[in-house]
Design a protein around this ligand. Structure first.
Ligand code: PMV
Length: 309
């Protein structure tokens, strides 16, 4: 018997960093790049083997220790009251670049959890999948807000407030986004730590910025639900200004944002932890090629166009 499941990547649309302080954020799935898990039943007594051909890894579940994929496999088997070392080969593959802010780790774990549910004859429930993936994310990221596992497990745009059940919603009309990788590695843990230091030093100022971000995220949701793309673009730009106040933009990200806007984007901002990582631009689909080329010219390492429905 063979079972396959997939999970999308993700990108944060608005509200990163402020979300750590209880304000709302919006994240959307990126279906143009997916992670896949395939389970094949092995002969009796073989035990469970996790295989990741892309990174040439073979992990024997019984002796795997704290490997995040092993952890999420064990948690899922326990949740389903399934045998703890089934005779399965689980193969995982991903089109998502690792540590790129597109949620590669959460996407792999989500595909894996879904495949296990399906292989034992159960329907994966997004809330349960999300909770299991969160546990494995904690191994990579300490105490993440939970936005990555949520948007990837639901596979839809989500309105996210830490500690509250997420709400999914749908754009009135499709959103076309250009995602550019700055090519600069910037661990989210570090930028989150720097924002915390700034906040500790001047809480009133930071709280006021977080409030402004929270308000524009609220407006962004309305703009998405009403299909008001020019307004949404404007809100991207305002969010970018506030993220720069928080100290998480960089000259390279600023250049990419300016290049996208000059090439006709409706708005642009960094996305995720900042300093490096990704930026996103909201565009009319007719501008896809022009904005892509402008970003490449401005030094983006890779550029991806996604449609959010
Ligand atoms: O860098 P990413 O895409 O994983 O996003 C980080 C988002 C933050 O709000 C900065 C941190 C968090 O845990 O939500």
């Amino acid at each position: 018997m063979m079972t396959t499941a997939t999970a999308p990547g993700k990108i944060i649309l608005a509200g990163e960093h402020a979300v750590v302080y209880g304000r709302p954020a919006i994240a959307v799935p990126v279906w143009e790049r997916v992670a896949t898990a395939t389970i094949t039943t092995l002969p009796v007594g073989a035990g469970c083997l996790l295989v990741a051909p892309d990174i040439r890894r073979r992990i024997v579940l019984a002796t795997a220790g704290n490997n995040p994929l092993a952890v999420v496999t064990r948690l899922t088997l326990a949740q389903l009251s399934a045998p703890d070392n089934p005779d399965w080969q689980i193969e995982v593959r991903s089109q998502l670049p690792i540590a790129s802010g597109l949620g590669s780790g959460a996407a792999l774990s989500t595909a894996l959890v879904r495949a296990i549910y399906t292989h034992v004859g159960q329907t994966p429930d997004p809330a349960q999948v999300s909770a299991l993936v969160y546990e494995s994310e904690r191994i990579y990221h300490g105490t993440p807000s939970g936005i990555d596992n949520t948007v990837i497990a639901y596979g839809m745009p989500v309105w996210f407030i830490k500690g509250q059940p997420p709400a999914t919603f749908q754009p009135r009309q499709p959103l076309t986004l250009v995602i550019a990788d700055s090519g600069i590695a910037a661990p989210t843990k570090e930028t989150v730590g720097d924002v915390r230091q700034g906040w500790q030093h001047d809480p009133a100022r930071y709280e006021a910025w977080f409030d402004e971000i929270g308000a524009l995220v609220q407006a962004a949701r309305q703009a998405i639900e009403q299909g008001d793309l020019p307004l949404l673009g404007d809100l991207f730009n305002r969010n970018q200004t506030l993220l720069a106040h928080l100290g998480v933009s960089s000259p390279h990200l600023d250049r990419l944002v300016a290049a996208a806007c000059a090439a006709g984007a409706l708005g642009a901002k960094l996305s995720g932890g900042g300093r490096g990582g990704n930026m996103i631009a909201l565009i009319d689909p007719t501008h896809a090629q022009g904005v892509t080329e402008a970003l490449q010219h401005a030094g983006a390492r890779s550029v991806l166009v996604t449609t959010v429905r």
